[in-house]
Design a protein around this ligand. Structure first.
Ligand code: NCD
Length: 309
């Protein structure tokens, strides 16, 4: 297969196994490119991409921008806090105004679940979802799986536990879909209050005891507690959360085997993982960041090649 089955990247749930394979093979090529002295290719010289961020972001925004520039695309950036959205403009009007400047692709982060699907139905551009509320964050899940494949050889058959705030996490949902599609076994672990009621329908194992979960897995993906999406208290205190669900070197050393630690960032050092764990050889957190650029280059390149046809 040489092209994606989709015209937009709205969520992992719209992809198939071959799409992921193609994205990873293309990312392998771009990973080699970004490690060369000249890190740029001319592939997207005639493409203009708008990065629309209606919600805060550091690494995802930088990673997309870098990926676009490494492909030689023209890039425009927009953040909601500095825009006319604050003056009451609708999402469609904002985006149509930007598109009338002849933009080919839109990378959007938005607080509302489904915002990028909505956009893809109303505007004429390729859309990449860079996170829609607590729903999906497909590029994060793809770079996470790519990093597992790099560290452990393959994703198929691996046991992956996602630890923490599953309820409010788009990273969790996209990872569950992506890992299952590739034949990994998935477990979620966290306090009951941070597990969604529909969790049984997702076909994952559920565990509330961190040590049991870590002893089961090959990889633990540690999530940040999404305080900004909580309108009530889901656990008594951060200290108690850390005591029950925080990973320390002592916890890692007490396990029967060496596991791989992942984190999508931003890390709350000392809450979900300690600094020693984050900076240890078992953690692949910075590899995830590096791979993020290559994987996003692959996605942008593959979607752009469909515009040119
Ligand atoms: C995540 C996000 O924004 O969904 N971060 C990221 O994209 N790197 C996770 C988080 O905010 O905890």
């Amino acid at each position: 297969m040489s092209e994606l089955s989709v015209n937009h990247l709205l969520g992992i749930k719209y992809l198939n196994k071959d799409d992921i394979k193609l994205i990873f093979e293309t990312a392998d090529h771009f990973k080699e490119v970004i490690n060369r002295p000249i890190k740029k290719v001319p592939s997207l010289r005639d493409i203009t991409i708008a990065n629309l961020f209606f919600e805060n972001s550091t690494r995802t925004k930088l990673s997309f921008e870098l990926a676009e520039k490494r492909l030689s695309a023209d890039v425009i950036n927009f953040s909601a806090s500095q825009s006319s959205v604050k003056k009451g403009e609708t999402l469609i009007d904002t985006v149509n105004n930007i598109l009338s400047m002849k933009v080919d692709m839109v990378v959007m982060r938005h607080p509302n679940p489904g915002a990028s699907v909505f956009l893809s139905q109303h505007v004429n551009a390729r859309i990449i979802n860079a996170g829609d509320g607590a729903h999906e964050h497909p590029t994060q899940a793809l770079l996470d799986s790519y990093s597992i494949r790099e560290r452990l050889g393959e994703v198929k058959g691996k046991k992956v536990v996602i630890v923490g705030d599953i309820l409010h996490s788009r990273v969790a949902l996209s990872n569950i879909f992506a890992l299952q599609l590739q034949g990994a076994e998935v477990m979620v672990c966290g306090p009951k209050t941070l597990l969604p009621k529909y969790i049984d329908k997702l076909g994952v194992k559920v565990e509330t005891n961190l040590l049991k979960a870590l002893n089961w897995c090959d990889v633990a993906n540690m999530l940040r507690v999404q305080n900004e999406r909580m309108e009530v208290n889901y656990f008594p205190s951060t200290r108690e959360y850390t005591q029950q669900y925080g990973v320390t070197m002592d916890v890692l050393n007490s396990l029967k085997k060496e596991i791989t630690i992942m984190h999508p960032g931003p890390i709350n050092r000392g809450v979900e993982i300690t600094s020693e764990v984050a900076d240890s050889n078992q953690a692949i957190i910075l590899n995830q960041v590096e791979n993020g650029v290559a994987v996003r280059m692959a996605i942008i390149y593959l979607l752009a090649s469909k515009i040119k046809q």
